[in-house]
Write a protein that binds this ligand. Structure first.
Ligand SMILES: O=C(CO)[C@H](O)[C@H](O)COP(=O)(O)O
Length: 223
C-alpha cells in the first residue's frame, strides 16, 4: 500500500495567519479545507473567495470538504478553483452521481462524505463514480470532538466493496484523528486521515504529521 495520507484541517489554523499556518503543514499530503455554511452544519467558516486564496498560497494541494446545503449548485465552482479534490455530503445532494461527474469534468477528484448516522450500504455500488469516500468520525461542524469508533464498520464495508469492484477509491476519515485513534481507523481500512487539533495543537506540526503517518502505517502492517 502507498504511504498513509495525512491531511491537516485548517479549521484548527489561525484564520488571520492562514498563509503562515499553511506553511507549517508543508510536509503533509493535502490541506483539508472545511467549507461550512451555518445551514448544513451549525458552524460557519469561509466560501470560494477564501478557498481561492488558499489555493494561491498553499504549498500542498487542496482537499476541499463541503459541509454546505444545495451541493448540486455550488460544488462545481470549487473544482473550478483548482482544488485537487472536492468532497460533498450525500445528505445534501439531490443527484450525487451528477455532482461527481461535474467535479471530474472540471479536473477535480470527486469525494462522497457520509455523516456518522448515514448508512454506507446504499452507496457501495457507486464507488466507481468516486475517487474518495469520507467517513465522518464525528458529527460534522466542529474540530476537537471525540472519535466515534462505531463508524468503523463503514470502512470495512467500503474496503470490501472496493476490492470486489476493482476500484482504487481512497478511504478517508475525519474527526478526532490523533495519536491514540489513527490506528483504529487504519486497521479498519482508512488510507487518508484528516487531523485538525492533533496537528495544529502540537508544538511541532511537522513532527505530529510524521508521527500520525507512522502510526497509521504501523497499524497496516500488524497481522
Ligand atoms: O470536518 C471537520 C469538522 O466537521 C474537521 O475537519 C474535523 O473535525 C477535524 O478536526 P479534529 O481533528 O480536531 O477533530
Amino acid at each position: 500500500m502507498a504511504s498513509a495520507r495525512i491531511n491537516p484541517s485548517i479549521l484548527s489554523a489561525d484564520f488571520v495567519n492562514m498563509e503562515r499556518d499553511l506553511g507549517r503543514i508543508a510536509t503533509a499530503d493535502y490541506v483539508h479545507v472545511d467549507v461550512m455554511d451555518n445551514h448544513f452544519v451549525p458552524n460557519l467558516t469561509f466560501g470560494p473567495q477564501m478557498v481561492g486564496r488558499v489555493q494561491d498560497v498553499s504549498p500542498i494541494p487542496l482537499d476541499v470538504h463541503l459541509m454546505i446545503a444545495d451541493i448540486d449548485r455550488w460544488a462545481p465552482g470549487y473544482a473550478e478553483l483548482g482544488a485537487f479534490s472536492v468532497t460533498f455530503h450525500v445528505e445534501a445532494a439531490r443527484d450525487p452521481v451528477a455532482v461527481a461527474r461535474a467535479l471530474r469534468e472540471r479536473g477535480a477528484r470527486a469525494g462522497l462524505a457520509v455523516k456518522p448516522g448515514t448508512p454506507i450500504e446504499p452507496y457501495l455500488e457507486l464507488l466507481p463514480e468516486f475517487d474518495q469516500v469520507l467517513v465522518m468520525t464525528v458529527e460534522p461542524g466542529f474540530g476537537g470532538q471525540s472519535f466515534m469508533p462505531e463508524t468503523m464498520p463503514k470502512l470495512r464495508a467500503l474496503r470490501e466493496a472496493r476490492a470486489r469492484l476493482g476500484v482504487d477509491t481512497w478511504l478517508q476519515v475525519d474527526g478526532g484523528i490523533a495519536d491514540d485513534t489513527i490506528a483504529i481507523a487504519a486497521e479498519a481500512g482508512a488510507d487518508t486521515f484528516v487531523a485538525g487539533s492533533a496537528v495544529y495543537g502540537a508544538a511541532d506540526p511537522a513532527e505530529a504529521i510524521s508521527r500520525l503517518r507512522e502510526r497509521a502505517q504501523s497499524a497496516w502492517m500488524e497481522p
